[in-house]
Every structure is written in C-alpha cells, then in structure tokens.
Design a binder for this molecule. Structure first.
Ligand code: SAM
Length: 219
C-alpha cells in the first residue's frame, strides 16, 4: 500500500541522513511506556524543524503542544548555548513525561515548559518575545487563536510552522463539521489574508501518513 511505501521511504532517508540517536529513541520509548499517544512528529519532520530553526538562527523558540517532548529535543538542539525553547502543554501527565525526557536528553537548561491551556499561558509570554521560530502543534480547533498569538509574539523575520494542515485531504472540505478541520481552515484563511505573512503549505507523506504543514514568514 502507499502507506507502507511512504513509511519505508521515510526509514530509508532517516537511516542515511540522520545520525543514529539513542536519546531520541528513548524519548519515544518512554513516551509510549507512559501511555502517551504516538502523535509526535516523525524523525524526518523533527529534523526538518531543527534545520528550519538553524536556518533562521533561532535563539528563542516557541512550541505550542509538547506531548513527550520529542519535537522539543530537535528544536532545543538547534539553539546556541544561551538559547531557549518555551514549550506549552495543557496535560500535566504529558508535561511530567516531557520533563523527564528533557533531563535524559540533557536539554533541561534550554527548555522552559509551561503547563496549562496554551490560550491561558500565551498571554504570559509577551515579556519573553519576540520569538524567532514558532511551532504550532496542539489542539487544532484553537489554531486561529494560536496564529493570532504567534503573530503577536513575532518580529519581522520570524518563521511559523503550523502542523497537520492536510489531514488526508479532509481540510479541503468546506462542509466539514470536524472541529479540527474547521480550526485548520480558519487558520489558513487568516494566514492567507494577513498582509504581514508570506505563506505557503507543503503536503507530506511518510511515517505519519498523508498530511502537511503551513510555512509562514512574518514580513
Ligand atoms: N509537538 C509534539 C511532538 O511532535 O513531539 C506533539 C504534540 S501533540 C500532537 C499535541 C499536544 O498538545 C498534546 O500533548 C496535547 O496534550 C496538547 N494540547 C492539547 N490541547 C492543548 C491546549 N489547549 N493547550 C496546550 N496544549 C494542548
């Protein structure tokens, strides 16, 4: 099937291009052991986030949606010694698992994990901004609010990545009653209409199936 092929191709790339990484494997294994859902980015996508953060020379990164901290590790490793990633997570159990994973990965000093609904914790970040790179990957119905906050916490040159904007093509459905689809569509409408943003979206296949991400640059 297509999914099997995409998965095999992803593995091929990861084997050849990414260094073997026992720490990242442990982060995933510990997350699974603690009962967290397997909805982190893939290794190839995590490396893409790492590359984006380095390409923009990010010193301050904001992540909305931590889970077990898998993507956070890729992001934290892109930072200079004095860099910081602020990562927001609503679920206290996910937060505990992530915190232990940050210690295992040796990145605790670079990560500021805030537990609480992002809509409540984002307003507390105004003194910490602007952020250089922002990764939006939490509850999809809130994507329009997260984009609004991301812009508020940005500067000219900030790059914003918003995950899961394809959902196997379901995002095209204007009649959808799925709150995640509605949230993604509204976020894309906002992004496309905002004169401060240069925007595109990229469809992806791989270990996580058929999905994609929006890529936004603040003018
Ligand atoms: N970025 C992670 C990675 O790739 O490893 C995956 C994040 S997972 C897709 C989404 C996370 O957002 C979950 O851990 C969930 O608990 C969290 N979340 C859901 N609603 C939230 C909210 N209102 N505020 C903050 N986090 C929320």
């Amino acid at each position: 099937s297509s999914a099997t092929l995409w998965n095999a191709m992803d593995e091929y790339f990861v084997e050849r291009l990414l260094p073997a990484d026992p720490v990242l494997e442990t982060v995933l294994a510990e997350s699974a052991k603690a009962g967290l859902p397997a909805i982190s980015v893939s290794a190839a996508q995590g490396q893409m986030l790492h590359l984006f953060a380095r390409m923009v020379g990010a010193r301050r990164i904001l992540e909305i949606g931590t889970l077990g901290g898998y993507s956070t590790v890729f992001l934290a490793r892109a930072l200079p010694a004095d860099g910081k990633v602020v990562t927001l997570e609503a679920d206290a159990h996910h937060g505990e698992v992530a915190r232990a994973n940050f210690a295992r990965a040796g990145i605790s000093g670079k990560v500021d994990l805030r537990i609480g609904r992002a809509i409540d914790t984002l307003p507390l970040l105004e003194a910490e901004g602007p952020f250089d790179f922002i990764f939006i990957d939490a509850d999809k119905p809130s994507n329009p609010d997260y984009l609004t906050w991301a812009l508020r916490l940005s500067r000219s040159g900030t790059v914003i990545v918003c995950d899961n904007v394809v959902r196997e093509g379901r995002v095209m459905d204007a009649q959808s009653a799925d709150a995640a689809v509605v949230g993604v569509r509204r976020m894309l409408d906002l992004a496309g209409a905002d004169p401060r943003l240069v925007a595109t979206a990229v469809q992806t296949v791989g270990a996580k199936g058929y999905d994609g991400f929006a890529l936004l640059l603040v003018e």
